[in-house]
Design a protein around this ligand. Structure first.
Ligand SMILES: Nc1nc2c(c(=O)[nH]1)N[C@H]1C(S)=C(S)[C@@H](COP(=O)(O)OP(=O)(O)OC[C@H]3O[C@@H](n4cnc5c(=O)[nH]c(N)nc54)[C@H](O)[C@@H]3O)O[C@H]1N2
Ligand SMILES: Nc1nc2c(c(=O)[nH]1)N[C@H]1C(S)=C(S)[C@@H](COP(=O)(O)OP(=O)(O)OC[C@H]3O[C@@H](n4cnc5c(=O)[nH]c(N)nc54)[C@H](O)[C@@H]3O)O[C@H]1N2
Ligand SMILES: [Mo]
Length: 759
């Protein structure tokens, strides 16, 4: 239950004793079991298992403990001794469970038995696996494949993901949205178009050689804490870190390494960012235009005085297109407009630009602060522009580095989980499996939600995740959900998406990645791809949470076998028995990336899948890296209006997406509740509000739909004017479904237009 509510400022560094206490506080006695310590030691190690938390790279030379506070929390969450059994479901109806909090649902522990929804009693009742597969297969056979959705949440292995995508295509659709559609899809679309590679270009080596790193909208301390070690090392060798973020995130301010005894004893923190710019939410295009304008001014001055360039003119000429139009527009943009839109001064932007200019090699890091905006594509395009000005893509120590979310989200896209048929090697699939893959574009997450509301989606399979809690316009989507004919959820723990069900509904419990996976052919291993495009083997060793669990791969194959007609090239049972046969299929489908897959998968540090942009080969429409002429300064999807604020939906340090570990956000000094409205003291006063007062947020998107979240405690917090903060997923009813990035359809969760109303 929620701790006593208190809010204090947190001035301590990220990491340090706080992170050890943070783990102990949540887990208490669970932390002390010896097998847990052994499991944690194997996390992110060669021949160990890939952490189930974030996707940050796993170095070849690992630390004794290659895990962080949040990685340990995620592992322990999976290894909890608590069990959510058929008994539990016999005691509670779904109607009752829908009134429970997310935290209390997951606290029930690991799911143990396959369950079927019984509409007569409104309970989940246990069933046999065979019965579940047959019933699901019969349902899927009976509907138009175009109305079925196969969602994936970004954790399932490459092997499972490959087969899941194959299943969808054999079934006859490309409806394969994944969590990436709410996350880095903006990256996949923008980087593909601009530099010809849908993923980041950096490897660990670049972090070891760069002279400066820019950070836009990524919260390293909470969301990819192992990355703090790389940042600390970089700062110590003189690399400068410049951050743009509306929120002062402690991990980007200073850090004590909890794995370094000297630092722990002395509590000597390393300052991380040398400059911290609290840009307005949605103000990044303006800030980046400001940086570019300073760079152009420096070029003019230096050329005039010394006949020396600041720009990398050779690179621009040889490798890019669109520079002149871009530069003309930047030069013509006024400082007044840049300052107003970014909330930063010309001088402050000048300081940041100076670091950029003085650094020979720059890495550009970013996260959800850029991708989750209506003009998120433009954010990334402007960031790429800045990097291209000095040839900072495609050489050692330089590059662009989106920090990915789920531990295998990037990999799922690599092996075919995509709604876009043009990204899939359909000719190879045709050759291997003797069928014509569907060529009609499938549904993104937003389209799925719209389809559920319109009644055109009839079946939903969830391979992990908590779709109904993570999506925008959450209440509207949830209200329409019971109209579905079939819902199937493959999961480790109970969540809200399991409780809002279709007419026919199954809840299928699966093994987690830390658990031993034994099939007909013996013990199995799986693979994942990290944020730095390295592919790793992962071996689970823990005893399964229940003898009735099946692996995700076995469940996908079980459903597929009962759904599809026999095909001499498709062997669901054989593949379930031996995952190396699936790796062979992956290798045959993607030989450039996965050659010698079996031999390389446990190589320390993983094997690198390569990146053309890193080699300065630009697989874009023009064959060059593309400058984009900015057409706007704000990434917001609606204009300014009196009383309208920009709501940032944030993650606390005590959550993994919709999984809430606890009610504390240590770094931000918020304790005991997640129902807060963060606002700066000046704005609070101007709005006539008092700290601790309970208010309501109302959607302000001018579309005549009422959207509200009530019961929020006014909490003074250091934020730019006009911005508010609140937690994801509690704020999700406030985001209109149509409020998404224009190109990729990623929901714009970081600049939601709202008003404050008194309750
Ligand atoms: N412990 C833990 N780890 C996680 C997750 C988790 O929930 N918990 N989630 C995983 C997943 S799926 C993902 S995608 C990643 C997410 O990791 P991040 O990319 O870090 O995502 P967020 O925490 O949503 O927000 C990032 C930062 O953007 C800032 N921001 C908000 N609006 C703006 C803006 O307009 N401009 C700029 N410049 N900054 C802005 C916020 O203040 C915040 O610091 O983390 C992954 N790792
Ligand atoms: N307002 C707002 N909304 C957002 C965001 C935001 O920043 N703001 N972020 C978006 C982002 S970046 C993302 S990625 C999405 C996340 O959306 P999802 O990926 O759908 O959600 P998660 O919360 O990660 O899913 C948690 C559930 O996954 C299941 N699970 C955990 N481990 C496993 C496993 O090993 N196998 C299986 N089968 N199931 C497992 C458990 O049942 C758990 O309850 O949310 C998006 N929504
Ligand atoms: Mo994500």
């Amino acid at each position: 239950m929620a701790d006593k509510v208190k809010t204090v400022r947190y001035d301590g560094p990220a990491g340090g004793f706080g992170s050890l206490k943070g783990i102990a506080k949540i887990y208490g006695t669970e932390w002390n079991r010896p097998e847990i310590a052994i499991t944690l030691m194997r996390q992110n190690k060669p021949d160990g298992f890939a952490c189930v938390s974030c996707a940050w790279g796993k170095p070849a030379k690992s630390h004794p403990f290659e895990f962080c506070e949040n990685g340990a929390k995620a592992t322990l969450w999976e290894l909890t001794p608590k069990r959510c059994t058929p008994d539990f479901f016999a005691r509670h109806t779904l109607t009752e469970l829908r009134t429970w909090k997310d935290y209390d649902l997951e606290m029930q522990g690991r799911l143990t038995h396959p369950m079927r929804y019984d509409p007569a009693t409104d309970h989940y009742v246990p069933c046999e696996w065979g019965e579940a597969f047959a019933a699901i297969g019969a349902e899927l056979k009976g509907i138009d494949p175009k109305s079925a959705v196969f969602y994936a949440s970004g954790r399932a292995s490459l092997e499972t993901s490959y087969l899941y995508a194959l299943f969808a295509r054999l079934h006859g659709h490309n409806n394969l949205p994944d969590s990436s559609n709410m996350c880095h899809e903006t990256t996949s679309v923008a980087l593909k178009k601009l530099i010809g590679s849908p993923v980041g270009t950096c490897t660990f080596e670049d972090f070891e050689h760069c002279d400066a790193m820019f950070f836009f909208g990524q919260n390293t301390g909470s969301n990819s804490p192992r990355f703090l070690h790389d940042l600390q090392k970089a700062v110590r060798r003189g690399c400068k870190i410049v951050t743009f973020n509306p929120v002062k995130e402690p991990g980007l301010v200073k850090f004590v390494n909890p794995q370094d005894p000297v630092q722990m004893v002395t509590q000597k923190a390393t300052p991380i960012s040398c400059q911290y710019h609290q840009v307005k939410a949605g103000g990044d295009i303006a800030a980046l235009v400001g940086l570019a304008k300073h760079v152009l001014a420096a070029e003019d001055a230096k050329w005039a005085a010394e006949k020396v360039h600041v720009l990398d003119v050779d690179f621009i000429k040889q490798h890019t297109e669109g520079f002149d139009a871009f530069a003309d527009t930047v030069r013509a943009t006024s400082w007044e407009a840049i300052e107003a839109e970014s909330g930063l001064t010309r001088a402050a932007l000048g300081d940041a630009a100076q670091v950029y200019i003085e650094a020979e090699k720059v890495v550009a890091v970013y996260g959800m602060g850029l991708t989750q905006h209506v003009h998120g594509f433009d954010n990334i395009a402007m960031y790429v522009n800045l990097m291209l000005m000095r040839g900072n893509i495609g050489r050692l120590g330089a590059g662009i580095s989106p920090v990915r979310g789920h531990s295998n989200v990037q990999g799922q896209r690599t092996v075919g989980i995509s709604e876009k048929p043009e990204l899939v090697p359909n000719d190879r699939l045709k050759e291997l499996f003797g069928f014509d893959p569907p060529m009609e574009e499938g549904m993104t997450t937003v389209k799925v939600c719209q389809g559920v509301i319109d009644g055109t989606v009839h079946a939903f399979l969830g391979l992990g995740g908590n779709f109904l809690r993570a999506v925008p316009d959450q209440e509207r989507v949830e209200a329409a959900w019971p109209g579905l004919r079939l819902t199937v959820q493959i999961a480790t723990k109970l969540n809200r998406s399991h409780l809002v069900n279709g007419k026919v509904a199954y809840l299928l419990p699966c093994l987690g990645r830390t658990e031993r996976d034994v099939q007909a052919g013996g013990e199995q291993v799986v693979t994942v791809e990290d944020s730095l495009s390295c592919i790793h083997g992962s071996r689970g060793k823990h005893a399964p949470a229940s003898p009735h669990l099946r692996s995700e791969l076995a469940i996908v194959c079980g459903i597929a076998r009962e759904t599809l007609p026999p095909n001499p090239n498709v062997h669901w049972d054989e593949w379930t028995g031996d995952y190396s046969k699936v790796r062979l299929l992956i290798e045959q489908t993607y030989p450039e990336i996965f050659h010698d897959f079996e031999a390389r998968m446990f190589q320390p540090g993983g094997f690198y899948k390569g990146n053309s942009a890193r080699e300065r080969v630009w697989k874009t429409g023009s064959g060059k890296a593309e400058f984009t002429t900015p057409t706007r300064l704000s990434a917001m999807g609606v204009g300014e209006a009196k009383g309208r604020y920009r709501l940032i939906t944030m993650r606390s340090n005590d959550q993994f997406n919709t999984t809430i570990y606890g009610y504390n956000d240590r770094f931000r000094g918020i304790h005991g509740t997640r129902h807060v409205l963060l606002i700066n003291p000046k704005e609070m006063e101007a709005a006539g509000l008092k700290p601790g007062q309970i208010v309501k947020l109302v959607g302000d998107a001018e579309d005549n739909v009422t959207r509200e979240v009530d019961g929020l405690r006014v909490t003074p917090f250091d934020l730019p004017d006009g911005c508010l903060g609140g937690y994801y997923p509690e704020m999700n009813p406030l985001i209109p479904l149509w409020y998404h990035d224009q190109q990729s359809k990623t929901p714009a969760a970081k600049g939601v237009p709202v008003r404050i109303a008194t309750s």
